[in-house]
Design a binder for this molecule. Structure first.
Ligand code: JCQ
Length: 259
């Protein structure tokens, strides 16, 4: 997969040289190219921003600079263009999987109040353009959001994760556990600072281990992600599940309210 990133702070992307992604690059699985946006600014100050039309605070990134940058990076090709912004569509495991199947992605990192919207309009005629949000908070720029997305996408590429099972087993991976978060995990020693590993995990009883893990996943989902718990399909719950949710005084279904 080829991955281009355009930013006024290329130094943000140093972490892409280490760990999983760094190794994927060394092996040639990933071809990452980071570009300095200011190289396409022609004035003495290499200006990339200007005041917003209609007034208001902050600055907006100029369309001409972005246009020249994207034209040169794309050449005759047609990567998918991803623009991180708090107003974008949510970045989910499903979108990460979809993007991991693309041969070429181009990430455009905005700063200030954002990029002149005509840039997205212009390239929608030529490329698939997605404005994407990694969560409901505001960052100083798109760089950290790109790091998040590249890590989530990169680990899905064939051969990047050592253990293919750890991909399939993720809390949000498509499949059986899609609607529940993972429960707690433990390793040796069996007793640490007075804290025991739950004995069922040492019992060797695979059926009891599976039931215990599902109980813990349900408890954590109710505690930390009540909106996921509410959305559980009642048809996917067995008698044990229903009894546990009852004990937690949790009602399944879209009508659930804290009470
Ligand atoms: C991404 N959640 C938050 C901030 C404008 C392109 O325009 C802008 C980009 C940013 C950076 O992205 C985020 C973000 N997902 O803040 C403002």
């Amino acid at each position: 997969m080829r991955l281009d990133i355009i930013s006024i702070f290329p130094e943000y992307f140093a972490p892409l040289g280490v760990s999983l992604i760094g190794k994927a690059r060394e092996r040639g699985t990933l071809d990452v190219r980071v570009h300095q946006l200011r190289e396409w600014a022609h004035d003495v100050h290499r200006t990339v921003d200007d005041t917003p039309y209609g007034g208001g605070p902050g600055m907006v990134m100029k369309p001409e600079v972005w246009g020249e940058a994207i034209d040169e990076v794309t050449g005759d090709g047609a990567p998918r263009l991803i623009v991180p912004t708090p107003s974008g569509r949510p970045f989910t495991q499903e979108l990460a999987q979809e993007l991991a199947e693309e041969p070429w992605l181009l990430f455009a990192c905005g700063r200030y109040e954002g990029i002149d919207s005509r840039v997205m309009t212009e390239y929608r005629a030529r490329l698939r353009v997605d404005e994407v949000s990694i969560g409901d908070y505001v960052l100083a720029g798109g760089e950290v959001a790109v790091l998040v997305m590249v890590e989530a996408i990169g680990r899905l590429l064939p051969g990047v994760l050592g253990n293919a099972c750890s991909v399939a087993d993720d809390s949000f991976a498509p499949g059986a556990m899609r609607n529940l978060v993972e429960g707690p995990v433990f390793t040796k020693p069996p007793l640490w600072r007075g804290h025991e590993v739950p004995p069922v995990l040492l019992s060797g009883h695979h059926g009891k281990v599976a039931r215990w893990r599902r109980d813990e996943a349900l408890r954590r989902t109710v505690a930390n992600r009540p909106e996921l718990a509410s959305a559980l399909d009642p048809g996917s719950l067995d008698k044990h599940d229903r009894r546990l949710l009852e004990e937690l005084s949790f009602r399944v279904g879209p009508e659930h309210m804290a009470d």
